[in-house]
Design a protein around this ligand. Structure first.
Ligand code: PRP
Length: 192
């Protein structure tokens, strides 16, 4: 096992721990307000909004974001992967589905990053077919440079204009670096 401190492999920090904390707090406040009385919630049974965490990258963000929402929420988890074999660009594979029906619910999809937009496009279409009361999208990072599918994002933490590969705060390279408390760029020697 390599015991080297991960921080030594980071070229630069793009979004610091403190910057993430501040943005997450703000988003939590807005979400709580929007789903509160007289807000955007459309669930006729008045159930709390269902935060859907898109595994695995959004795990850290969901944990922090939801603790900045002082009103009722529920969690569910979905896991998808892109085929990534070059033969079917944009194709998304379902690894683990939601555990409960979302019909009539107010669904808030929580993502760590929206890049090409294929994943969120797939999720939105899949969820719409299940007839929720509403679907909204929250992402910590909106990486606009490589967008291939138009996406309407309701809550954005940061916009990343440059096409940089980022890790940390849930985001990985080869399944590593998700546990870094900030978002940064790897030194080139650690990219194989
Ligand atoms: C990342 C991220 C999004 C998706 C965005 O997941 O969490 O779900 O990519 O990319 P897109 O907009 O180009 O579709 P990834 O497939 O890396 O899996 P992970 O969450 O398990 O790291």
């Amino acid at each position: 096992m390599n015991k080297e401190v991960l921080e030594n492999r980071i070229l630069k920090v793009l979004f610091s721990k403190e910057a993430i904390r501040v943005r997450t707090k703000d988003l939590g406040k807005r979400i709580s307000h929007d789903y509160g009385a007289g807000g955007l919630a459309l669930d006729l049974s008045a159930r709390p909004p269902l935060l859907v965490c898109v595994l695995h990258g959004a795990l850290v963000f969901l944990a922090d974001l939801s603790r900045q929402i002082p009103t009722e929420v529920e969690y569910d988890f979905i896991c998808v992967a892109s085929y990534g074999n070059g033969t079917s660009p944009g194709a998304v594979r379902l690894i683990k589905d939601l555990e409960r029906p979302i019909q009539g619910r107010d669904v808030l999809i929580v993502e760590d990053i929206i890049d090409t937009g294929y994943t969120i496009d797939y999720l939105k279409r899949s969820f719409l077919a299940r007839k929720p009361a509403s679907i909204r999208i929250c992402t910590l990072v909106d990486k606009v440079a490589r967008r291939e599918r138009p996406v309407d994002i309701d809550y954005t933490g940061f916009v990343l204009e440059q096409d940089e590969f980022i890790v940390g705060y849930g985001m990985d390279y080869g399944e590593l670096y998700r546990n870094l408390p900030y978002i940064g760029v790897l030194k080139p020697e650690f990219i194989r």
